[in-house]
Design a protein around this ligand. Structure first.
Ligand code: SF4
Length: 153
């Protein structure tokens, strides 16, 4: 069983109400069992919602209570993002999921990169909150780019 960011499969769950379907991920999962999940929506954040960014660190810093996640109007959503991460981890435990395919650059799902916290489009190395919590609990993480590379070879 594989966990996958719901927006990669065409669900309109992104902050802007849109989706990011990825043909490589969709094709890869065709003959596999998976669960599509959106940590932010499951935590109760609405669609659409203002973009949120981790403020200057990465998912581990948020989990450690060192930094916040705010939206573009400076509203603190740290608790919502941690709740989304915990709900996602609970799903992996419930279904014995050891692998996840997550949407890169998201403050929840980013595996290698996230935005810097300046809301200027720049990115930095680091994991989103959900990705970090899953990683800390032994879930193997892949991005849509990893699946594309895998599928092409
Ligand atoms: S939280 Fe994850 S699954 Fe939900 S829209 Fe953002 S990247 Fe996609």
């Amino acid at each position: 069983m594989i966990l996958v960011s719901a927006c990669l499969l065409g669900e309109n769950c992104r902050y802007n109400g849109e989706t990011k379907p990825n043909e490589f991920v969709i094709n890869y999962l065709k003959d596999k069992e998976y669960i599509a999940f959106c940590p932010e929506c499951e935590a109760g954040l609405p669609i659409p919602r203002l973009a949120c960014e981790i403020q200057g660190g990465e998912g581990q810093d948020v989990l450690d209570g060192k930094i916040k996640i705010i939206n573009m109007k400076n509203i603190d959503h740290t608790k919502d993002f941690i709740k989304g991460a915990e709900l996602t981890l609970a799903i992996t435990k419930e279904h014995n999921i050891d692998t996840a395919i997550l949407k890169e650059r998201s403050p929840s799902c980013g595996v290698n990169y996230i935005h810097t916290g300046s809301f200027d489009g720049n990115i930095q190395k680091g994991m989103g909150v959900t990705a970090r919590l899953l990683h800390n609990n032994g879930v193997k993480l892949y991005t849509e780019a990893d699946i594309a590379s895998l599928t092409k070879t």
